[in-house]
Design a protein around this ligand. Structure first.
Ligand SMILES: Nc1ncnc2c1ncn2[C@@H]1O[C@H](COP(=O)(O)OP(=O)(O)OP(=O)(O)O)[C@@H](O)[C@H]1O
Length: 312
């Protein structure tokens, strides 16, 4: 539906009439492209547009902020780096990612040094050893966007400058963060390893299923959703081989905790018991002994008919 609404290469206007394209909000498609039928005149404040389906749209522009975002030239369609676009705004970003995903079968796009990834929910032939070999030693700018190019950049900078590097993977639940982190670790294991993976590298990769068995759960958004954020530190030796790794948990968001109330209640009770035992143990014991004494006295008095004081 959306494709039909997109203007087919200036089919409605002849070459001499070609003007800029703009993006207008649409209830179904979020944004649709439209062509300016004539230049916008700030004095008239009237915008005349033609949508891809031939419909003409004329509306009065109340203020400059009402003007729709401008479309990018066709030549920039499907650019592999969003920063190369002439106009960078929401519709431009969404359109470019869409074109790359549908027309170029590419799930990755750069935005400067940031890599934008779209979850394909499909097994793509993008992560084999031959792809790792192709990215190994290459400059990020010379290669098509890929999670391996980010990993390679970090690896090369670390080995060249001998400085720690960080890769931050963020996104909404189910967007593919855990999978991206695993591909990154696999990349390091292959480029940093010898001909075959050493046991340390194997163990680092093998820790993933164990961590997921403990820390993941099924949610409505993701069958294998991480219940906490992970800070994974990978140690490299002088030769660039993996020598160890450790993982710290963080970001225990409220939304990711399943039994929050139960947990809070347990923690409160535990702290009460601990306080009771640690701080007031002596007084409580004394109080318990005196109470027991009082009961015994009462029982004896009832049995033998003496006052409790006499018995005492
Ligand atoms: N690059 C990819 N190729 C193929 N499938 C993918 C890819 N990335 C993600 N997926 C699929 O999407 C699912 C969800 O991905 P993942 O668990 O990495 O999401 P997440 O961002 O870590 O989510 P959460 O924040 O809930 O833990 C995966 O189980 C996998 O099936």
């Amino acid at each position: 539906e959306y494709s039909e609404k997109l203007p087919t290469k200036h089919n409605r206007l002849n070459k001499s009439q070609q003007l800029s394209t703009v993006w207008v909000p649409d209830e179904d498609a979020v944004w649709v492209s439209a062509q300016l039928l004539r230049d916008y005149n700030p004095e008239e404040r009237l915008l005349c547009l033609q949508l891809g389906n031939g419909l003409e749209l004329h509306y009065t522009v109340a203020s400059l902020s009402d003007l729709p975002p401008l479309g990018n030239p066709d030549i920039l369609e499907g650019e592999n780096d969003l920063t190369a676009l002439s106009f960078l705004h929401e519709p431009a970003v969404l359109h470019n990612l869409r074109v790359r995903f549908l027309d170029f079968n590419s799930i990755y796009t750069y935005c400067g040094i940031v890599l934008v990834a779209i979850n394909p929910y499909d097994q793509l032939p993008l992560y084999g050893e031959e792809v790792i070999d192709a990215y190994s030693g290459q400059d990020m700018a010379d290669m098509e966007p890929h999670i391996f190019s980010v990993a390679e950049e970090a690896y090369r900078t670390m080995t060249r400058e001998e400085k720690n590097q960080s890769i931050i993977i963020s996104g909404e639940s189910g967007s593919g963060k855990t999978v991206s982190a695993k591909f990154t670790m696999r990349y390091f294991a292959v480029v940093g390893g010898a001909a075959q993976q050493t046991s340390v590298e194997e163990r680092v990769l093998a820790s993933n299923p164990i961590m997921e068995a403990i820390g993941n759960a099924k949610t409505i958004r993701n069958d294998n959703s991480s219940r906490f954020g992970k800070y994974i530190e990978i140690g490299f030796g002088r030769k660039g081989d993996i020598i160890g790794a450790n993982m710290r948990t963080y970001l225990l968001e409220k939304s990711r905790v399943v039994f929050q109330r139960l947990r809070v209640a347990t923690v409160i009770i535990q702290s009460w018991v601990r306080r009771w035992l640690a701080q007031t143990c002596f007084h409580r014991t004394l109080w318990a002994i005196m109470t027991i004494q009082r009961y015994i006295r009462g029982a004896l008095a009832r049995r033998y008919g003496h006052s409790s004081n006499q018995l005492c």
